[in-house]
Ligand binder design. Sequence first.
Ligand SMILES: O=C(O)CCC(=O)C(=O)O
Ligand SMILES: [Fe+2]
Length: 279
Amino acid sequence: MKRFTAETADPAEIVQELLHGGGAAGISGLFSAEDITDARAIIMAQSEQSAEKATHFQGAAEEVGNLNLQRRVWNLLAKGEVFSRMATHPVLMAILRDFLGTEFIMGSIAANRILPGGPGQEPHVDYPYWDFHKPETHPVGFNGSFPMNAQVSVLLDPFTEESGATGYVPGSQRELRYPTPEDDFYGRCERMTGEAGDVALFYGVTWHCAMPNNADHDRSAVLIQYLPKWVKPMEDMPAALPRTFVDQASPELRQLLGMNYPYPEVLDAAKAGNAEGRK
Ligand SMILES: O=C(O)CCC(=O)C(=O)O
Ligand SMILES: [Fe+2]
């Protein structure tokens, strides 16, 4: 994985790397130690009980009964102010504007915590969503030649080979499909390793998965999904957030919540006139 710092994270170079290079980039130095400690404490508290949550790509763990060693915390904007700052970090926003178009949105902000001994996931792509096992339900000729997704992982613990740092196959973003056993994902994968506070940014079409945690410590990350403005987001964030949060959101957050994009709209009831077109 090519690695950058807050100072060297050149959007054009990173966009090139995501689309045509390995598909992933590491960026360090974006968040303070306090922000990471704060975010981690909230996620640990929110996932203390192993309440069953929606999750994905965990068929093997479900079979052997250790699904409770991987825990999700959804809708993080509602759970601490630090997560709004993570989602709108100016260095990330600048890269994502170049990658997804200036009016991109956020589709989900959630945590993935894997406890010691916890399971990995099936190798997968994050876009289209989890049901790409049924490619025939998507348009003919569908491909990943332009980005419809970007994933940010903010690491809250050391991500090492031992602790289950996300595995991915560099270059696999060039062909949009799920990996099969013949693709030898585990033989070919590299890891998105890093220290707590580092960011792994990747194009979600790249084959990847959380790997098993064989360390003696938790490994948690904040996972943020970003999308072009017209892609339907995965989490319905405006519906899940308090009204006051939405009303007081900054311009960047309003954009990320999809509030600048009108569709779908009841056009019968919309203001009359020529809404779009050449001025
Ligand atoms: O936690 C990780 O390492 C990756 C998680 C992931 O890829 C997912 O949940 O879609
Ligand atoms: Fe994923």
